[in-house]
Design a protein around this ligand. Structure first.
Ligand SMILES: [Zn+2]
Length: 65
């Protein structure tokens, strides 16, 4: 991926979270902060399945607008 291309993960895509935060950046950066956010704010456990789920929610930032 081009390093200038950011991806966005929008918590609103996950309606049950009742959360309006969105994170954007490089894929690995977004996954890292999103994993922290999901576990600290939404009570998820850190496990490979969580990261896969978060990865599936990533969108190209340009397309998200
Ligand atoms: Zn959230």
């Amino acid at each position: 991926m081009d390093s200038k291309e950011r991806v966005i993960l929008d918590c609103r895509d996950y309606p049950e979270s009742k959360c309006t935060l969105a994170f954007s950046g490089k894929e690995e950066e977004v996954l890292e902060i999103a994993e922290y956010h999901a576990t600290s704010k939404h009570g998820y456990k850190i496990e490979p399945k969580l990261r896969e789920q978060l990865r599936s929610m990533l969108k190209q930032e340009a397309l998200a607008r």
